[in-house]
Design a protein around this ligand. Sequence first.
Ligand code: BGC
Length: 452
Amino acid sequence: MSSSLHHLKATDFGKNFQWGVAIAAAQNEGAANQYGRGPSIWDVFSRNGNNIKGKGKPTIACDFYHRYKDDLLLVKALGFNSFRLSISWSRILPDGTGKINKEGIDFYHRVIDECIKLELTPYVTLYHWDLPYELEKKGGWTNYFINKWFNRFITVCAEAYGSKVKNWIILNEPFAYTSLGYMLGTHAPGKKGIDNFFPSVHHTTIAQAEGARIIRQLVPYAYIGTTFSFSEIIPHSDKKEDIQAANRVDILMNRLFIEPALGKGYPREETFRLTERMHLHNKEWKYIERLHFDFDFIGIQYYFPLVIKYNSLIPLVQASEVKAKTRKVPHTDMGWEINADSFYRTIKRIWSYDAVKEIIITENGSYFKDEIRNGVIDDAARINYFQQHLQAVLAAKNEGVNIKGYFAWTLMDNFEWAEGYNARFGLVHVDFNTQLRTIKNSGYWFRDFLSA
Ligand code: BGC
């Protein structure tokens, strides 16, 4: 892909392209202890103040629960035609299983109805990391019964919203929540070690396929996808040990979840036999079909590439990252390398799987330290990031990749997980003391881009 920016036009992406913003329940809704909602693992993980930067908690967040009408008007005003939201499992089923919370069901009806009224096509994510705490007490994603609990949750959602919602996303970034939450312990629920990681991976690959089958069965004409975080993995040098280390990271980050979903089973490589580590070796034939679903679309979530070198001290992968700062390459204030060519290559790579029929970019965005000056947020770096990455999408699309839409991450600054409230990714600035929203110049840029 050439990195020279020609003048981008939204119409170049085609008439029916889905232009959206994405949000997630735990990051935006707030009202965490209200209206019958049960606690999620993020409420509990943030309680002691040590796990989240700045001691942030998702209790109030952006107060989207009460302000959704105004916020959806903003989405509309910025020119988008689609809106991606997630459903808080513990708002629907406070204990994760058992009794349904009618107030929770009603809340998402109101949000979905408002979207429809404003002609914003809703895309509903079923799991964006906020597991009900009651289920975590029983082991969460490491417990074999999680699949039964998850299937029930999906069934309740499909029965409640299936007549209104056509577009469904089963999971948000399985690698992120299993690795950060169940191996490294930096995200909720804060569990560590491969003995937690592997079962959580396997139950997750079952969940993504079974969840999709339930939606297929209960929602006529549903358009079903699931999302994955992808990062191009670049070896630090030509040395064999760096190349092999990069390959191991690639298997974990880019292949572990999508390949079972596409019917290929878990990745099998002579040098890194994950399947065996999951004690599935002899039984794998049983699982390949269970893990497979014919997804209508694959959601690509892309933020950065990674440069990887061999490191014997790191368990399992024996690899570590060479940070963008150390390499002195352009990066966001998150420390993530900015590299739109890598995004382009990532899209092409995912498209090269035969079983991928359609692609939606379900998240892409950046955090830069924004400064308000006289009520204006001139976030030129974020605009630049979007322009370069949209250029990559267009280049891939023009070469025949069937890309149906692009969702910016995210509508407004929100609870950025372990980073708390400081890492601001929004097109709209939020003052968390007053809940005042201020559209950033990146938001205005989208408005102009989408209306031209
Ligand atoms: C997640 C979002 C998150 C964003 C920025 C994605 O991994 O889906 O919830 O806020 O990245 O870190």
